[in-house]
Design a protein. Structure first.
Length: 180
């Protein structure tokens, strides 16, 4: 998704015929309307949420690096996309899982390539046991993953192991890949 670059305005006419000028002006108006819609869509952004009735919805889904299923009691998510800038909000609660390994959230758009871990967000945890002071979500470059990490003030940051149950309320921003 990026700003439109394929705008084709109608060919100018010499204006000798009133019908030619009418056709030209009509085509010009249609092309300018399409251009305006494309620009406003990219500038204002696109919202995906669990209330959408079409295929654009984004339902926040947890996974483990060892595949399994989650029994959800809450899956509420919002994704706002402005050009390649993406912002997500998620509230996920589960009562059981067969997944294992490290926990991550499926993101709605692929994260851009980066040499660092630039896209860190906030996490509020309820009934989730972990070692550390707080949790963060990192949008991992070139993936659709928002990995959950436990952070301590004097120790190492570590991936969060998949908890048996709990609730996570998350927010993060990242730069997505253009033209997905």
């Amino acid at each position: 998704m990026s700003l439109p670059t394929n705008i084709t305005l109608p060919l100018r006419v010499d204006g000798k015929s009133e019908q030619d000028m009418d056709r030209y002006l009509r085509d010009l108006v249609y092309e300018l309307q399409d251009m305006y819609e494309s620009l406003t869509g990219n500038i204002n952004g696109f919202i995906r949420n669990n209330a959408d009735i079409d295929q654009s919805q984004w339902l926040p889904t947890l996974n483990g690096t060892v595949a399994g299923t989650f029994t959800y009691t809450r899956q509420v998510g919002w994704s706002i996309r402005r050009g390649i800038y993406t912002e997500i909000f998620a509230d996920v609660e589960w009562t059981a899982t067969t997944a294992g390994g490290n926990l991550y959230l499926e993101l709605p758009y692929i994260v851009t390539r980066s040499n660092g871990m630039l896209f860190v967000g906030n996490v509020q945890a309820s009934n989730v046991g972990f070692l550390g002071n707080y949790l963060v979500i990192n949008a991992i470059p070139t993936t659709y993953r928002g990995e959950l990490f436990s952070v301590t003030s004097a120790g190492a940051t570590a991936n969060l192991a998949v908890p048996a149950s709990g609730r996570l309320i998350m927010h993060t921003r990242y730069i997505g890949v253009s033209d997905e």
